[in-house]
Design a protein around this ligand. Structure first.
Ligand SMILES: Cc1cc2nc3c(=O)[nH]c(=O)nc-3n(C[C@H](O)[C@H](O)[C@H](O)COP(=O)(O)O)c2cc1C
Length: 150
């Protein structure tokens, strides 16, 4: 059985959580876009927020990963337009992730993640996601939340 933290990150919050999850024995699997924007500003937020709203599939760079039945999976996603980020939803479609054991860590810039929580339920996953707001700004809080949950 292997433990994986499959995540996406434009601006480092996901990377920080990946480090903490690695300490907990989860191998990080970082998803990357084939075409990466040079910076994340207003236009990029508009563009990728739109992708999330319209459930666009992204072109992802190749990543070494294969799923075995008893693997333990935790997804890590920033919140885009109150939803899961599209690299994560794109990757989720490729495998039959266990609906009962797969877990989620969501890292919004605010507190609201209403649509993403609905989205996860609608996809059939039963576990309550761990929501960590501002991981890079509130590192101690983030550490404590990870410590308590894993
Ligand atoms: C395209 C886009 C849309 C976003 N939409 C939201 C949002 O609706 N709500 C929110 O709280 N944060 C939103 N954010 C902020 C990110 O969710 C937040 O900064 C996250 O921690 C970034 O993770 P990362 O640094 O690993 O990329 C958005 C960011 C981007 C790039």
């Amino acid at each position: 059985m292997a433990k994986y933290f499959i995540y996406f990150s434009f601006t480092g919050n996901g990377d920080y959580i990946a480090e903490l999850m690695h300490e907990k024995g989860y191998e990080p699997v970082k998803l990357e876009l084939v075409k990466k924007p040079n910076k994340i500003g207003f236009w990029q937020i508009l563009k990728y927020g739109g992708h999330a709203g319209f459930r666009k599939k992204e072109k992802l760079a190749h990543v070494d990963f294969s799923l075995k039945e008893d693997d333990e999976i935790v997804f890590g996603s920033p919140i885009w337009n109150d939803r899961l980020s599209t690299p994560i939803t794109t990757f989720m479609d490729r495998y039959n992730f266990n609906k009962e054991t797969t877990r989620f860590i969501l890292y919004p810039a605010g507190e609201t993640t209403k649509k993403s929580l609905k989205q996860i339920k609608k996809l059939g996953f039963i576990s309550e996601p761990l929501v960590i707001s501002y991981p890079l700004k509130k590192t101690e809080e983030c550490k404590a939340l990870i410590e308590g949950a894993f």
